[in-house]
Design a binder for this molecule. Structure first.
Ligand SMILES: [Zn+2]
Length: 310
């Protein structure tokens, strides 16, 4: 009797091992600030190629299962291009070709340039991205859509994205526009909890910090850690235009600033960025590393990779 039971148990254990499938890995790559106006557009026009800024990085980005970027310039199809010497951005619709060439799946549209082209460029940008298969997060036709986020499923795991901006007014506006998600911690907690019901992993994008400073601002720390405490696994920071530190926190990972990706700036460090690579097995973060990016004449290229065990 005992022998028979032991044999059945052993057979079940062996069958369990044989049937156990390795959990599929999902690889996400996230890059920082992408601006498709001003000199980026001018140089692309010179090459008669709207996708020109992504020609040296597209294959790397497209190979990831999920690719994220912060879109710093709204799209709009009306009026002349803005003068090259002002801090107001507007990308013509065809400049989306670089994003689609690079297989970018989700972009944050919540930043200090979201409102650069007035009330109509926010819904135009959202629609234009969606029509081209890219999920915008952090802005929408109303407050609800701006805070709803987006869910992308890969290999059976659902990845939810939310995005927030520290300063949507940028010195140009008095009132807040509810169609841009602000970095309000109590509201973000509600959004993370709500999205967590339909996603296995929540990723929070944060557009904040001091421009051109490698020092992380207390506002970034408070918001990013609150996001992880609320249930997010990854925080993707951008806006300083230079690289800032990476912080493992309570089982999650915070990239305080990914630096630039496609941009045309002069200050020290703005010609570099990092691509944050995170590997998931199901809903679990297994590892992360950063890839070093060098930008030459607005065109980024990966130059090195550094493995960082979780
Ligand atoms: Zn910014």
């Amino acid at each position: 009797m005992w022998t028979k039971q032991l044999l059945v148990c052993s057979a079940n254990a062996i069958l369990g091992v044989l049937l156990a499938q390795p959990v599929a890995q999902v690889r996400m790559l996230a890059v920082g600030d992408v601006m498709l106006s001003r000199h980026v557009r001018r140089i692309a026009l010179e090459h008669k190629d709207p996708a020109w800024p992504f020609r040296k990085s597209a294959s790397l980005l497209a190979a990831a299962d999920i690719t994220f970027a912060n879109l710093e310039s709204p799209f709009f199809d009306q009026g002349p291009p803005p003068p090259l010497n002002i801090m107001v951005f507007k990308a013509p619709p065809e400049m989306i070709e670089g994003l689609t060439l690079a297989g970018i799946d989700v972009v944050s549209t919540a930043n200090n340039h979201s409102r650069d082209y007035g009330p109509h460029s926010i819904p135009f940008t959202v629609e234009h991205l969606k029509k081209n298969g890219i999920e915008p997060v952090g802005t929408g036709v109303d407050f609800v859509q701006a805070h709803a986020g987006a869910v992308i499923e890969r290999k059976g795991t659902k990845f939810g994205f939310l995005a927030y901006a520290h300063d949507q007014r940028n010195g140009n506006w008095k009132e807040l526009d509810p169609r841009v998600a602000d970095m309000d911690i109590p509201q973000m907690r509600k959004d993370v909890a709500a999205l967590g019901k339909s996603a296995d992993v929540v990723i929070v994008s944060m557009h904040a910090g001091t421009e051109y400073s490698t020092m992380v601002h207390p506002i970034q720390i408070a918001f990013a850690r609150a996001a992880i405490e609320a249930g997010a696994t990854v925080v993707l920071g951008h806006h300083p235009h230079v690289i800032q530190s990476v912080e493992p926190y309570r089982g999650g990972i915070i990239f305080y600033s990914l630096g630039n990706f496609v941009f045309d700036q002069q200050p020290a460090g703005t010609d570099r960025g990092i691509a944050a690579e995170t590997i998931f097995e199901g809903g679990a973060l297994k590892s992360y590393r950063t890839l070093q990016i060098q930008i030459r004449e607005t065109v980024p290229e990966v130059v090195t990779g550094t493995k960082t065990p979780n």
